[in-house]
Design a binder for this molecule. Structure first.
Ligand SMILES: Cc1cc2nc3c(=O)[nH]c(=O)nc-3n(C[C@H](O)[C@H](O)[C@H](O)COP(=O)(O)OP(=O)(O)OC[C@H]3O[C@@H](n4cnc5c(N)ncnc54)[C@H](O)[C@@H]3O)c2cc1C
Length: 375
């Protein structure tokens, strides 16, 4: 990777070199952008990552991991993003780390080994047609009948559900008026009777999914944590994972792509182009600095909600600025050049997925600046 703000210790940089060597076999895969269309290859890659022990690099020894710091996870997934090889699978992060912290021994034994090996995959079933930003208003219902819940409702915008084994899902077990205090977290088998997964095509040529749950039976031992107490777990799950969700090297790579096109078409000496590229370059450094603040909060075990919101906001907005720069510069012919045309379409969802820019601004305003009361 070209110059970046982050330089780790000698051991960490050695690890980076190992990762780059590993990735060299997968260059050209682009599972970062095309996980759905390249699922067999991406799955094979995840299995190879599992064989290196890197899928569980940050898990404790007791949980079967390598017990390394969050810095190594950051390096691993930042390099994967730069090479556009893959994104971190949800199972090894959000799911496994929540299970390690809050799961029963039986749950850990059931799910951690196949996640660690890169053999079982999870999707995140939070959003619904009537609940995205306002997640506490979700209505998919789970009612207890003896030793199992019966789950009925609809999840939407579910990434990777077409290829996943399980849905890590948030459901209502309490009263609607209880909002977040009436929600529970469950692992639902996506191949169970009553589950239908339907594609929702996205502008980048990939797909999200609608997941319809029609009286799906979920064993009570697949509920994670106490009933009606999911809100804290969901927040904790984000806290342990936010340093790998928005890898800044992805933006460095996008900018390099743009600069290569500008050079090829002899625009690089134009002062307006130079000023724009310089501003975007500063933006990449800014996002790296914000990502490092997030990493620091994870390493030190500090709450990092505001840093995470700032980072997500800056990352998403910059991805669009880079992709749209040719258009702003009047060089719209770049938009018929495959890679930039693709980034133009793909980056449109960056300001929505993972929480919208408006919601991120709201977190910064309320929790960071103390404006308008606490959220
Ligand atoms: C590519 C992609 C992948 C996704 N993957 C997943 C997934 O795997 N699992 C999953 O559960 N979800 C997933 N989502 C859903 C995503 O989390 C939601 O789309 C997002 O949280 C916004 O919710 P919404 O779509 O319901 O929009 P809404 O919440 O209805 O928002 C609509 C508009 O209103 C604005 N708005 C809403 N509330 C406020 C407020 N309080 N203040 C100011 N403005 C507000 C929003 O910013 C937005 O502009 C994904 C979405 C995308 C685009």
């Amino acid at each position: 990777m070209s110059v970046s703000l982050f330089v780790g210790s000698a051991e960490e940089e050695e690890f980076r070199a190992d990762v780059i060597r590993f990735i060299s076999e997968y260059r050209g895969l682009n599972g970062f952008h095309f996980q759905g269309s390249k699922w067999p290859e991406v799955k094979a890659l995840y299995r190879a990552i599992g064989q290196c022990g890197w899928m569980s690099i940050g898990w404790s020894d007791a949980a079967g991991g390598l017990g390394r710091s969050a810095v190594r996870e950051f390096i691993l997934w930042d390099e994967m993003a730069y090479a556009r090889v893959a994104r971190p699978p949800l199972g090894a992060g959000i799911v496994a780390k929540t299970l390690i912290a809050h799961g029963t021994e039986a749950q850990k034994q059931k799910w951690l080994p196949p996640i660690r090996a890169g053999e079982k995959f999870f999707s995140l079933g939070y959003s619904e047609p009537g609940a995205g930003s306002d997640l506490a208003g979700l209505s998919t219902r789970a009612d207890l009948h003896g030793d199992h819940y019966v789950v009925t409702g609809e999840k939407c915008w579910t990434s990777y559900a077409q290829d996943s084994d399980y849905l890590w899902t948030l459901v209502r077990t309490g009263a609607v008026e209880d909002r977040g205090r009436g929600l529970s977290l469950m692992i639902l088998d996506l191949h169970a009777p009553g589950v239908s997964v339907r594609p929702l095509p996205t502008i980048d040529g990939e797909q999200l999914n609608q997941v319809v749950l029609d009286a799906v039976e979920v064993p009570v031992e697949h509920r994670i944590g106490p009933e009606n107490a999911a809100w804290r777990l969901v927040k904790d799950a984000l806290d342990v994972e936010r340093h790998v969700q928005f890898p800044p090297a992805r933006l460095r790579r996008d900018l390099e792509e743009l600069v290569a096109w500008l050079r090829k078409h002899e625009h690089e000496l134009d002062p307006v182009v130079q000023r724009t590229v310089a501003a975007l370059g500063v933006g990449v450094f800014e996002v790296e600095a914000l990502a490092l603040l997030v990493l620091e909060s994870v390493v030190k075990g500090r709450p990092g909600d505001v840093e995470a919101a700032q980072n997500k906001l800056a990352h998403a907005e910059l991805s669009q600025k880079i992709a749209r720069a040719p258009f702003e510069l009047g060089l719209s012919e770049a938009l018929i050049y495959g890679p930039i045309e693709f980034l133009y379409r793909q980056s449109t969802w960056e300001t929505i997925g993972g929480g919208t820019s408006e919601i991120m601004r709201s977190v910064v305003a309320r929790q960071g600046l103390g404006l308008g009361g606490r959220s």
